[in-house]
Design a binder for this molecule. Structure first.
Ligand SMILES: [Zn+2]
Length: 211
């Protein structure tokens, strides 16, 4: 007999502890292994990512996907390049952005995510790694579909911490850092500064070798 997920209303196997589509637990009071917690959080975040844009009953704020987060301030010349000195592994892509890595660090520190939270020590600039690349490269690095044109310039942000999904209506247990994911990601449009997607991973994805 199949049961239906309380949150996303998909069918769930009757012996499953959580919905594989959205990560929601199938019953109250079940205990989970750390591996199950990680799988739930990943499923939840993937679900949030797919639903982004549909889950916006709250007022728009800069940290919501699709909303301008960083105000573009670097002018691009006729060749589409900014005037920044060229350096770093992502130089050829960073040179096509309308803002800097420092802007992204400032934004990341000032605007925590609304879908995941860091339950460890507060995030610092040292925890943040940034790399500009194309949409096609970012799709590969993160194994997701960002949905911009393949050649569009994208800013990928990696934040080291202890990340957990913010489950709407979820249980309010004390946060347990051992059940978290180590690397959050954010993807921003390199031209508009809009936040596009966010989520988390168990392993680091930056710096990435791109070609
Ligand atoms: Zn579900």
């Amino acid at each position: 007999m199949a049961i239906v997920c309380e949150k996303c209303e998909r069918e769930v196997q009757d012996d499953a502890k959580f919905c594989s589509a959205c990560g929601y637990p199938t019953a109250r009071g079940i205990s989970f292994t750390p591996e199950e917690h990680r799988a739930m959080t990943l499923a939840f975040m993937e679900h949030q990512r797919k639903q982004h844009g549909l889950l916006e009953p709250k007022p728009f704020t800069p940290e919501m996907a699709g909303i301008r987060s960083i105000t573009p301030h670097l002018a691009l010349n006729a060749s589409g390049k900014n005037a920044l000195p060229v350096s770093g592994v992502d130089a050829q892509y960073a040179s096509q952005a309308t803002y800097t890595s420092a802007d992204v660090v400032a934004f990341s520190l000032a605007h925590p995510s609304r879908v995941i939270r860091n339950v460890g020590a507060p995030l610092t600039a040292a925890d943040i790694t940034i790399q500009f690349m194309t949409d096609a490269q970012a799709d590969k690095v993160l194994d997701i579909a960002i949905g911009e044109s393949p050649d569009e310039i994208i800013c990928v942000v990696q934040m080291k911490g202890f990340w957990k999904g913010i489950m709407p209506g979820g249980r309010r247990n004390a946060p347990d850092p051992s059940l978290s994911l180590a690397y959050a990601y954010r993807v921003l449009d390199g031209k508009t500064g809009n936040l596009l997607v966010e989520g988390a991973r168990t392993v680091a994805f930056l710096p990435a070798t791109i070609s």
